[in-house]
Ligand binder design. Structure first.
Ligand code: HSE
Length: 330
């Protein structure tokens, strides 16, 4: 299985490390997995015999670039190297999908399988990309785009295949949850945001987190993939957390409540907003955790929780999608 890694940044480094660490597990499939090219926004490197994942990580860390060659465009790399799967891990761009959208579209058009955690292409063009994948008999998988390591998309579409999922409510942004939990302890918003950024969870543009944009992207992905809706980012009703005051949090605490940024999706709802959650309720989690409450018709309520970000944690979801593709293609 030959992989091209596009948008090689923090998550890319995590995935390269995971590939190295899991060589034995992957070898069980009797097919070697090799990275035949990797690129970031400025540089690229390619070798049809496979690149050493740890060397990629080292070079990115020490020089800021994954490759020694200057990148003209990612599409050039996709056109000049033979590969089977594109792993697209560029940062999210919600304005027009950015380069990530172009890479995903190009790979699918050429019948290549894609694993992505980039929310922009999925939140803007979900239905188009899925139709394209179907037409070209390509697989498009994106477990890590919602909830990082927390299983939710494949859980609903594979393990809960026989269920009708009635609704999903959850916390899908670790940065906001961290900020609100720190504000519970009396910290001012700005300081809490700074701490969240230091943890490396926040988006490159943190307004994506605090304005609810990141959660809205995830709600769109869930709506389309699990509820079979045909919605896009602009359909979501979004309120972020910038207007949540210290006074509101203190007042909530007086009534044994906390305020959390909740994403909710069902056949009719598509919403992101700060909500009052009673202390002790499953959704009252603190820190950077993500959590989702899934209501189903037969199984009843199911709650999952896990690390919604982090380079290794997100890479674990990419690995599971990659193994699922290897299973299907065998
Ligand atoms: N900025 C996101 C978060 C990263 O804080 O949860 C994962 O999508």
């Amino acid at each position: 299985m030959r992989i091209i890694m596009a948008g090689f940044g923090t998550v890319g480094q995590g995935f390269a490390e995971v590939l190295h660490k899991k060589t034995d597990r992957l070898n069980r499939f009797n097919e070697s997995v090799k990275i035949v090219a990797a690129f970031d926004s400025k540089s690229f490197v390619a070798d049809e015999n496979g690149l050493d994942p740890l060397e990629l990580v080292e070079r990115k860390k020490s020089t800021g670039s994954v490759g020694s060659e200057k990148l003209k465009s990612g599409i050039d790399v996709l056109d000049s190297v033979d590969y089977d799967v594109l792993v697209e891990v560029s940062p999210t761009n919600i304005k027009d999908g950015g380069a990530g959208l172009k890479h995903v579209e190009h790979a699918l058009k050429n019948g290549k399988d894609v694993v992505t955690v980039n929310k922009g292409p999925l939140a803007l063009k979900f239905s188009e990309l899925n139709k394209l994948a179907e037409k070209k008999n390509a697989l498009l998988r994106f477990e890590g785009s919602v909830g990082g390591a927390m299983p939710i998309i494949n859980l609903c579409s594979e393990n809960l295949k026989g269920e009708r999922v009635k609704s999903i409510r959850g916390i899908f942004n670790g940065t906001c949850n961290f900020i609100l939990s720190r504000m519970d302890k009396g910290l001012p918003f700005e300081q809490a945001l700074k701490e969240a950024q230091q943890l490396g969870y926040a988006e490159s543009d943190p307004s994506y987190d605090i304005d609810g944009i990141d959660t809205a992207c995830k709600v769109v992905i869930l709506a389309n993939s699990i509820f079979r809706r045909n919605v896009t980012f602009s359909d979501v009703s979004i309120t972020g957390i910038t207007s949540v005051s210290a006074e509101a949090i203190a007042l909530a605490a007086e009534h044994d409540m906390v305020i959390r940024l909740i994403g909710e999706v069902s056949d009719t709802v598509l919403e992101v907003s700060p909500r009052l959650i009673p202390l002790g309720h499953p959704l009252s989690v603190s820190g950077t955790l993500n959590i989702a409450q899934i209501r189903t018709d037969l199984a009843g309520p199911i709650t999952v929780s896990g690390k919604g970000a982090g380079r290794i944690e997100t890479a674990s979801a990419i690995l599971s999608d990659l193994i699922a593709i290897m299973d299907r293609r065998r």
